[in-house]
Write a protein that binds this ligand. Sequence first.
Ligand code: GDP
Length: 216
Amino acid sequence: MPVQVVSAEFLTTATRPQEWPRGATPEVAFVGRSNVGKSSMLNALTRRQKLARVSATPGRTRALQFFDVSYRPTPAARPRALRLCDLPGYGYAKVSHAEREKWASMIEDYLKDRDVLRAVVLIVDARHPPAESDEDAAAFLSGAGRRLVVAATKMDKLPKAKRIPALAAVERAFGLTRGEAVPFSAVEGTGTDALWARLAALASAEDEAPEPPTGA
Ligand code: GDP
């Protein structure tokens, strides 16, 4: 039974840790090269066609963008909260070295230090082998102890016969086992249920951990 999205809305942007939203809501972040299809994935996932773009106001597009989502894991379940964080796309060439360094430290601080962060979705283009920047991102995330979900998007651009081999190539490149990478297409609307299932499981895993003894 697919996850149902109850609501999804833009919350805030942040360029400094002081601006990260407070509270214990589990969070999932999305990273990928510029133009890989990250906004389209966020919109497909939240079923809000303009969610990721409306907040990308000029001048603030290099900030972290936070979205609040309420979802039901099954139709009868009570709604749960999940926060999504859209990280600036990497590999964007038209900026100075200093500017790029500034973003890198903003993103790395978040990925290292964010305590409510449950998983990071690394989005790659299904048609191409991972770029060096994708491999760097994966290495950084595993070094930071983050759970990684690799999503291969733009699957629709591949002929059907090439989709499974392309996905297998992505999995090999990231050292994943078969079936671990999530195939996705914002155009065909495929992959949202599979990605939601992964995110909901990761988000609730620690929610349902036993409470520590209260000492009573
Ligand atoms: P972002 O820069 O990573 O946020 O990428 P966008 O979501 O803005 O998408 C970049 C371009 O790729 C746009 O022209 C999208 O229409 C296109 N795109 C995104 N996802 C898909 C997809 O799944 N299939 C196809 N064919 N095009 C896509």
